[in-house]
Design a protein around this ligand. Structure first.
Ligand code: SF4
Length: 420
């Protein structure tokens, strides 16, 4: 199918407007194509392409419209902003998705929207697109829908029947910041649907255990996004809020989107203020440590020390604050402690614990298992030997690690490949 010029123009506008939403990972869903349907959503981390500014667009990532009745100060689509506006029809989004999928450009759809007319009117159209793809085109690719704040529970429920993942962006870390920058919105309009989704997802998992053919409901769970750097919340506050989302709402992911200054509004950082990319990166690292390495938020940041170190990663920063816990004997320590050693990731920690069942590990073994010796050597002993661990002063260790591997501590952004 050839796309007409108007649709191409809309695509340019609405794909560009969508790039500010970073929550487009498609991990965690496994929707099997058992019959002769179209597409397949595979397991972890489908993320193949990036916009020019480095944001992931492995999916067809668009807004249904950038018209909006609201005026959130941090948003490029806010109603007072003088930008070109466009709106797809439901059928245009369906056709684009199928067209791009058949051309092998995408593996799924990430669909968000400004709010036009009202929340339910917008949400209804998002649901309709997902329903048409699933029921009329037998589309089995990944679908990530944004839930519209204030939309009815019934529409959110319907969205869960067709989408793999649903996300409700809280946008601002705190209610106070939301009131300052998005006075039309209420935090409860976001939290209520998130609570409903948590309950519905848990119930669906239980149902699937009993009835194999029970319909799927948002099998890739729910996520949210917080804009960081637009308001003064500290890393401690942001990580604490994220931790609550993981624990209380069982979110799959919290995304941190560094604020891109887009207007000279005196409530916001001025245009030209750098986007806090390193901070974004450090927050993701800390988030990872909390979810997979059993760190508590207060071990990484606290009320007294509320900001992450921008120069070194949070695990190394923690180790340097706790040098009394080291060196750790790699042949004796339990997995919990081994995971905490800088330079040792989860996979390597598991390999160490398995390998040492059969023999005492030496430095040569550790190198072969893939640990980053340049960092780990300051924190471990192996076969009773410290490996060049003559230095015990944290600030000197920090300097040695930084000078030894400067490049490793620079944020490492993904290659930039543009789909559009
Ligand atoms: S409601 Fe969403 S699209 Fe509309 S101005 Fe606010 S953030 Fe932007």
């Amino acid at each position: 199918m050839l796309m007409n010029e108007r649709v191409i123009e809309k695509l340019g506008i609405l794909a560009d407007a969508a790039k500010y939403d970073v929550s487009c990972s498609s991990s965690g869903s496994n929707r099997k194509n058992e019959k002769k349907g179209l597409g397949n959503s595979s397991g972890m981390g489908i993320c193949h392409a990036y916009t020019e500014d480095g944001r992931c667009v492995s999916l067809l990532k668009i807004l249904l419209t950038n018209h909006c009745i609201y005026d959130c100060a941090y948003c490029v689509s806010r109603k007072s902003n003088d930008v070109k506006r466009a709106a797809f029809t439901v059928q245009e989004v369906v056709d684009l998705t199928i067209n791009f999928y058949r051309r092998n450009y995408i593996e799924g759809l990430f669909l968000s929207s400004g709010i036009f007319t009202n929340a339910d009117y917008t949400m209804e159209r998002l649901v309709l697109i997902a329903r048409k793809l699933r029921t009329e085109h037998n589309f089995h690719g990944y679908i990530h829908l944004k839930a519209i704040p204030g939309a009815s529970e019934e529409l959110v429920r319907q969205a869960g029947l067709y989408a793999d993942r649903l996300s409700m962006n809280v946008e601002m870390p705190t209610e106070k910041s939301l009131q300052l920058l998005a006075p039309d919105k209420r935090r409860s309009d976001m939290l209520q649907p998130m609570l409903y989704l948590k309950k519905a997802i848990v119930e669906n998992r239980e149902e699937k255990k009993l009835f194999r053919h029970a319909p799927l409901f948002a099998p890739a769970g729910q996520s949210t996004q917080m804009v960081i750097g637009a308001t003064p919340e500290s890393d401690w506050q942001i990580l604490h809020i994220a931790d609550q989302f993981y624990k209380k709402l069982q979110l799959k992911r919290v995304y941190y989107s560094g604020y891109v200054p887009i207007s000279n509004d005196n409530r916001l950082p001025a245009i030209g203020t750098p986007v806090p990319m390193v901070r974004e990166n450090r927050l993701y690292q800390a988030d990872w440590l909390i979810r997979f390495y059993d760190f508590e938020v207060q071990e990484l940041v606290s009320a007294a020390d509320p900001l992450l170190d921008m120069e070194i990663d949070p695990k190394l920063a923690w180790a340097l604050r706790n040098t009394g816990m080291f060196p750790i004997d790699i042949n004796k320590a339990d997995l919990f402690l081994i995971k905490r050693i800088p330079g040792i990731g989860i996979q390597t920690a598991n390999k160490i614990v398995s390998a040492r069942r059969f023999r005492k590990l030496t430095w040569e073994h550790l190198k072969k298992l893939g640990i980053a010796i340049n960092r780990a050597r300051y924190f471990i002993t192996c076969n009773s030997l410290d490996f060049e661990r003559k230095e015990h002063d944290p600030s000197k260790i920090r300097q040695m690690i930084l000078s030894d591997s400067t490049s490793k501590y620079r944020p490492n952004f993904s290659p930039q490949i543009s789909l559009f």
